[in-house]
Design a protein around this ligand. Structure first.
Ligand SMILES: [Zn+2]
Length: 167
């Protein structure tokens, strides 16, 4: 096994300035609705459907701000992302009853990030017998449900206020 280190990439990974043309910044500013597939907008973070899902119900949780990596993020933002993760898991379990879920971040293009300088958390429902995680990360996948149908199914589950907030 050959290990590859590229310390100069740190500057690239940390380049938080290039928000122009960033699909996540654009989606974060878009009005909630079917076109941007934004399921929920919080104070500092939001939940949206992945336009190129690895699996039906593939969500992403991202900061509204253009931030390259969690170490640059304030604690309040990370806390909100954790709360959005809990809501996402509940919604996906209710809508799809997956057998399992993958949760993960790809930081930097070498790690597989499609949007390299705006960090985001992937939440991917899994079913016994579907592909392993690595092929899922690496390749295309035949979808069982189109994005508008996924959005229509999940949106009401995010629109409902979480029980914790009703106290
Ligand atoms: Zn961005």
């Amino acid at each position: 096994m050959r290990y590859i280190t590229a310390p100069w990439r740190e500057a690239y990974v940390r380049s938080a300035g290039k928000s122009r043309g960033c699909v996540l910044c654009r989606a974060g500013k878009a009005r909630a609705g079917a076109s941007a597939h934004v399921l929920l907008r919080g104070r500092q973070a939001f939940v949206l459907l992945n336009k190129y899902p690895y699996q039906t119900g593939h969500l992403m949780i991202a900061p509204l701000r253009h931030l390259a990596s969690p170490e640059d993020a304030p604690a309040a933002l990370l806390n909100e992302m954790t709360a959005l993760l809990q809501r996402s898991l509940k919604a996906l379990r209710t809508a799809y009853a997956p057998h399992g879920l993958n949760i993960g971040m790809n930081l930097g293009r070498s790690a597989g990030a499609g949007v390299a300088d705006h960090f985001h958390l992937h939440v991917v429902p899994r079913w016994t017998g579907d592909s392993n995680f690595m092929p899922v990360i690496g390749g295309a996948k035949v979808m069982i449900e189109d994005l508008d149908a996924t959005f229509a199914r999940l949106r009401p589950l995010f629109a409902a206020r979480p029980r914790a907030a009703q106290r």
